[in-house]
Design a protein. Structure first.
Length: 458
């Protein structure tokens, strides 16, 4: 399925059907076990303040594993056969890593700290009280910024950056890791070799961590010579969904498929920590806390993922030479949701923000296979539309090009697929009120993935 661009809606007899279109399990006429290791590499080039940096991230995972049990129909029943599957799929791989660097003439992250403290509205004495000197931890981000000399009070109220010298040499690194995985209990049935119906219960798990490191050096510093800031976000969650599907064999050479996956309702727990380390110009200031962090902030949410649905068609070439397949996929991003059961106002704000940020999209997938006795050659294209309403000058759509090959006999099979795509995104280390005073790193990523599948029939 990877080799043909993921155009699976109107195809059966593949382990992918267990989570994609379970009706395809009805095409099995024997039992099967399969497993698919994935080997990937992301190469990201970032452009920040006129400076370019590159970083590669290799990764090895298990993409899928499936155990499929086939059973025959009874007597003259319209049901010719059915298959039950237990499967595992790695749906999203978050592993990514990039760095950035440049010289900023207009702002520092400490300007952002000052604006956050101004919005917080606490006095200097209150910020002092929000730092535990025994533990070396702050109970608020503003308390952390104040205690570590990155902001200071100004006459008349409010705060400004402690170090006002310019320019500021900035560099950073952003790392993501984790995945979205799904276990499926699926069943598909064959009725008269013409109609195939199926359903799948998906048990989805989320594990995600992001770590942002941002460093600044002030070559003309009056007091604060260097700072290192980090933020650490961890998210764990689990939920369930349901997929139903059908495949209709209209003629011996033409079949149509449709499948729908309900939104996944997922309970999640999020932990967030910020930290700072500072260095002063010699003989200016001293502090008992050159390094500190905030106390962990824990949040519980209910996340609802998008509704997904696909329709597709497959045309089989004469003399079993192969097939051509095409899918149209709908993803309802604007209907996602995040809820805090204890704060309805916050939940309403998040829903409004999601609807203002995301739009529903239609993705296109086209692929095909040619058969040469026991050997198959495959290729495909998968277009993923940009889900953001405001593109800010960056087209986040992706086009994946895929190729593949396989060998199959009466006892086992082995397949290999390559998936290649390039996409553009951005990362903003911090923001300030004036958009002309901060910068974003423009990220160009080349992602290459090799998928190997092996399986045996029983």
């Amino acid at each position: 399925m990877q080799g043909i661009g993921g155009s699976y809606s109107a195809l059966g007899g593949d382990a992918t059907n267990a989570f994609a279109n379970p009706a395809g399990l009805g095409f099995y006429n024997r039992s099967e076990f399969s497993i698919s290791p994935n080997f990937s590499n992301n190469n990201t080039t970032s452009d920040y303040l006129g400076n370019s940096s590159s970083l590669s991230t290799p990764n090895t995972t298990i993409g899928q594993a499936a155990l499929i049990f086939n059973s025959k129909g009874r007597g003259n029943s319209n049901k010719k056969s059915g298959s039950f599957a237990i499967s595992y799929n790695r749906l999203i791989d978050f592993n990514n890593d990039f760095n950035y660097s440049g010289t900023n003439q207009r702002s520092s992250i400490t300007d952002s700290f000052a604006e956050i403290a101004n919005g917080y509205g606490a006095t200097a004495a209150e910020l002092d009280a929000e730092f535990d000197t025994g533990l070396g931890r702050a109970f608020s981000p503003a308390g952390l910024y104040y205690q570590l000399f990155t902001i200071e009070p100004i006459q008349g109220g409010g705060y400004e950056a402690f170090e006002l010298s310019s320019p500021v040499e900035q560099n950073g690194r952003y790392t993501e890791e984790g995945s979205v995985n799904q276990w499926n209990l699926s069943y598909g049935a064959n009725f008269n070799d013409k109609t195939y119906l199926g359903a799948s219960l998906g048990i989805r798990t989320l594990s995600y961590r992001s770590l942002g490191d941002h460093s600044e050096f002030f070559p003309n510093a009056d007091a604060l010579q260097r700072l290192d800031y980090f933020d650490d976000l961890s998210v764990e969650g689990a939920g369930v969904n349901l997929t139903v599907g059908a495949i209709i064999k209209a003629t011996p050479t033409l079949q149509f498929g449709v499948n729908v996956t309900t939104p996944t309702g997922m309970a999640t727990r999020e932990t967030y920590v910020e930290g700072l380390a500072i260095e002063f110009v010699p003989n200016t200031f001293t502090t008992d806390f050159p390094r500190a962090e905030t106390a962990p902030n824990d949040f519980n949410f209910r996340i609802t993922s998008p509704l997904r649905g696909s329709i597709g068609t497959t045309f089989f070439l004469p003399k079993k030479l192969g097939f051509l397949s095409a899918d149209v996929e709908y993803v309802g991003y604007s209907r996602m949701n995040v809820r805090d059961l204890d704060d309805e106002r916050w939940s309403s704000d998040q829903l409004r923000m999601i609807q203002d940020t995301y739009r529903d999209v239609v993705n296109l997938k086209v692929g095909g296979e040619l058969r040469f006795n026991n050997i198959n050659a495959r290729a495909g294209v998968n277009y993923l539309a940009d889900p953001y309403r405001n593109t800010t000058g960056i087209d986040r759509s992706e086009t994946l090009f895929t190729v593949g090959a396989g060998y199959r006999n009466s006892r086992f099979f082995a397949d290999v697929a390559g998936v290649f795509n390039q996409f553009t995104s951005s990362y903003t280390p911090y923001t300030v009120n004036n958009p002309e005073d901060f910068a974003s790193a423009r990220l160009n990523t080349n992602r290459n993935r090799l998928v190997i599948s092996v399986g045996a029939f029983f």
